[in-house]
Design a protein around this ligand. Structure first.
Ligand SMILES: Nc1ncnc2c1ncn2[C@@H]1O[C@H](COP(=O)(O)OP(=O)(O)O)[C@@H](O)[C@H]1O
Ligand SMILES: [Mg+2]
Length: 165
């Protein structure tokens, strides 16, 4: 059985609580006591995905956006699974940022390749082995999100893949 390493993120802290011993990243405050942006790092393993989904759901609910939890869980499951496939065993980062009435869910992974959305999702359907039809996750993200995208991080390789809900 694979173990899941979960630790508070150790990247730069801007404003808010300032740098705390646990290293949680904050950018300003929401709802009087919650940071506007929260991030955690995980070891990229399939077994981490349920923990990521749960953490995102808890944070979204804390932000008072319980109505968006189903979309948030769907989106983060797809983005995190893709990051796990792209960079198995490496550290990946998951971030939730409040932006006015919206939230941005982001996953960073160190792989250089960008995500690829199928141009024609019906073109390559395998009717004989339906369980082997991949390439649909980002289509789900696209339909559930207000916007989504990929932002490379050239200074350290890799990229953020994000979705706004
Ligand atoms: N974080 C990522 N890093 C590198 N490639 C990615 C990433 N996310 C998605 N991709 C690429 O985009 C393709 C489509 O992703 P997706 O729609 O989730 O389908 P699936 O994961 O079933 O292949 C993937 O097969 C992969 O080649
Ligand atoms: Mg996928």
């Amino acid at each position: 059985m694979q173990t899941v390493t979960m630790r508070y993120d150790d990247c730069a802290v801007n404003g808010g609580y300032g740098r705390r011993k646990c290293g949680r990243e904050t950018t300003g405050m929401a709802m009087g006591h919650l940071p506007m942006s929260q991030a955690l790092s995980f070891t990229a393993a399939e077994s981490a995905v349920p923990a990521i989904r749960r953490w995102v759901s808890i944070v979204i609910a804390q932000y008072g956006r319980r109505d968006t939890c189903p979309d948030a869980e769907l989106i983060i499951s797809e983005l995190a699974t893709n990051a796990v496939k792209a960079a198995p065993g490496k550290l990946i980062k998951v971030m939730i940022t409040l932006d006015g009435a919206e939230s941005v869910l982001s996953v960073w992974d160190p792989a250089p390749e960008p995500p690829q959305v199928s141009a024609d999702p019906l073109a390559d359907l395998d009717d004989d082995d339906f369980d082997h039809n991949g390439g649909r996750g980002l289509l789900l993200v696209r339909s559930a999100a207000l916007a989504w995208g990929c932002t490379p991080t050239p200074d350290r390789g890799g990229k953020w893949v994000w979705a706004r809900i």
